[in-house]
Design a protein around this ligand. Structure first.
Ligand code: 13P
Length: 250
């Protein structure tokens, strides 16, 4: 039995003051939620404040990205040890915005995955197809290619202790959600693809859905056999909405 995980990806939003209010609301409301793992992924500059506000709570913290490099002359980058030092349990890697807007290839994402995993932080590995790819009928090929880059870097047990987020690019920030059946079909494919390498890990790995998940659709999505939670963008910026999505995972 997999415990659901609901993680908020705040992306590049918030001010120091608004983030304090948001995290205090989340921490407070999360006290009433059991049986669901909860995490928030703030912009780097707010991680220290958020980590302090979540201490002793059931809300974990993650980063939205990580450097492929471990230390040194890499202006603007943040290393996994820094992320770990500030108490992050998770690090998102390969978000579609990083892949498409910042040119991160499957290989770069796999390198980031490796860096995170080697540091003992849990990678939240994002994959998913564009609208064009879905229309061309290559959704499974795209997801398999993205996953296989990580297998190539890390071997058959790559996904042990990691989290996968299936985020169809056409559903991100668009208000268009994959139907529960569409999402379930891809989640089942992902799990089966991982099972070809290691069935035990495939059974245990949490596969989150992301893409316009909100309080109205969360319960049905998370009710699907292979959907083990959500990676929430827009709806994670309001404490009440985020908490409602978390509660839907109970
Ligand atoms: P939205 O929930 O805003 O569609 O974003 C999803 C996402 O990209 C989470 O990483």
């Amino acid at each position: 039995m997999r415990t659901p995980l609901v993680a908020g990806n705040w992306k590049m939003n918030g001010s120091r003051a608004s983030v304090k209010e948001l995290i205090n609301g989340v921490v407070d409301g999360a006290k009433a939620i059991n049986g669901v793992e909860i995490a928030v992924c703030p912009p780097f500059i707010f991680i220290a404040d958020v980590a302090a506000a979540t201490q002793g709570s059931n809300v974990a913290v993650g980063s939205q990205d990580v450097s492929t490099e471990l230390k040194g002359a890499f202006t603007g980058e943040t290393s996994i040890e820094m992320i770990k030092d500030f108490g992050c349990k998770y690090a998102i890697v390969g978000h579609s915005e990083r892949r498409t807007l910042y040119g991160e290839s499957d290989e770069i994402v796999a390198e980031k995955f490796t860096v995170v995993k080697n540091a003992g932080v849990i990678p939240v590995f994002c994959i998913g197809e564009t609208l064009q790819e879905r229309e061309q009928g290559v959704t499974e090929e795209v997801c398999a290619r993205q996953i296989d880059a990580v297998f190539a870097a890390q071997g058959d047990n790559a996904f042990e202790g990691s989290v996968i987020a299936y985020e169809p690019v056409w559903a991100i920030g668009t208000g268009k959600t994959a139907s529960p059946e569409q999402a379930q079909a891809v989640h089942a494919f992902i799990r089966a693809h991982i099972a070809k390498r290691n069935a035990d890990i495939a059974e245990k790995v949490q596969i989150l859905y992301g893409g316009s998940m909100n309080p109205a659709n969360a319960r049905e999505l998370m009710g699907q056999t292979d959907i083990d939670g959500g990676l929430i963008g827009g709806a994670s910026l309001k404490a009440d909405d985020f908490l409602a999505v978390c509660a839907a995972g109970q």
